[in-house]
Design a protein around this ligand. Structure first.
Ligand SMILES: Nc1ncnc2c1ncn2[C@@H]1O[C@H](COP(=O)(O)OP(=O)(O)OP(=O)(O)O)[C@@H](O)[C@H]1O
Length: 263
């Protein structure tokens, strides 16, 4: 099943093309990485994938439903968006934050109460991301890594077909990053049909379960396809306009400056 279908998408803001000629087809069970230098258009593209905005031209379809022909709010109920810049008004608990994934709001909705089944699901998801012991903890007391994992549980509670992760490892120490990536990798087993798109600047932050990759440069596709075909030294160096040596070990990628010996 096609989860995401972008066809010749162009996004223009203030007379400037932020994205041009973007085609992307994401099937169920695929895990895409969206990589490119600062300002390449990654967040703008994730905005389209998340049904948070319309393209200037071209078409975006999520689960076969085209943006512009279906209500964005309805479309968003099928999308789990993990954004480290997630803001909320109150100092909510982990359980409350996870449950806001059902209402699609930043904070608990007054007078809305989760059903017993929904609370059980929230507990199960908290356990799956290693947060069982922190369900009553308030957001302000959580570490950056715990917040990232709480947001993944929040995104999963609506049983989305598509998970969008915007630089999920930003600000995490190495142990927290590894824990987070293990959580994302575990989704392959617990949610085999889910598709994901992860935006990152750092190849080291990609989960081993990444199947496909797109390199963006100056708002255009520089390369796209199977991760092993795209995340090569030649193509990544071209996208970043910098000589890089890319290696993959035990499923994980590493990038470092290319030297005469590594070329
Ligand atoms: N609303 C807007 N109006 C005008 N320009 C914008 C707008 N939003 C983003 N831009 C510009 O579009 C370009 C792409 O931005 P975008 O945030 O998508 O890039 P990015 O690849 O996510 O960058 P980064 O890695 O720095 O987060 C940038 O040059 C940015 O300044």
């Amino acid at each position: 099943m096609t989860v995401l279908d972008l066809d010749d998408v162009r996004v223009t803001r203030q007379g400037r093309d932020l994205l041009r000629h973007i085609d992307l087809r994401v099937e169920a069970g695929e895990h895409w990485a969206l990589i490119g230098p600062n300002g390449a258009g990654k967040t703008t593209m994730l905005t389209m994938c998340g049904a948070l905005g319309h393209p200037t031209s071209g078409t975006v379809a999520v689960l076969g439903k085209r943006l512009g022909r279906v209500e964005l709010r309805e479309l968003r109920t099928h999308i789990g968006h993990v954004d480290p810049r997630h803001r909320m008004l109150g100092d909510n608990t982990v359980l409350e934050v996870i449950l806001t994934g059902i209402t699609g709001t930043s904070d608990p909705v007054p007078r809305w109460e989760a059903s017993t089944g929904e609370v059980t699901t929230a507990h199960d998801l908290a356990a799956s991301v290693g947060l069982s012991a922190r369900l009553a903890a308030h957001w302000s007391t959580l570490s950056q890594g715990e917040r990232g994992r709480a947001l993944i549980a929040r995104a999963l509670i609506s049983d989305p077909a598509l998970l969008l992760l915007d630089e999920p490892a930003t600000g995490l120490d190495v142990a927290a990053r590894e824990h987070l990536l293990e959580t994302v990798d575990a989704l392959r087993v617990s949610h085999p049909a889910i598709a994901s798109v992860t935006v990152t600047h750092h190849l080291e932050d990609l989960p081993a379960s990444t199947t496909h990759a797109m390199l963006l440069r100056d708002g255009r596709i520089f390369a796209t396809g199977l991760a092993d075909d795209v995340l090569t030294s030649e193509l990544v160096s071209g996208a970043f306009d910098f000589p890089l040596h890319i290696s993959r070990d035990a499923g994980r990628w590493q990038a470092r400056r290319a030297t005469a010996a590594s070329r």
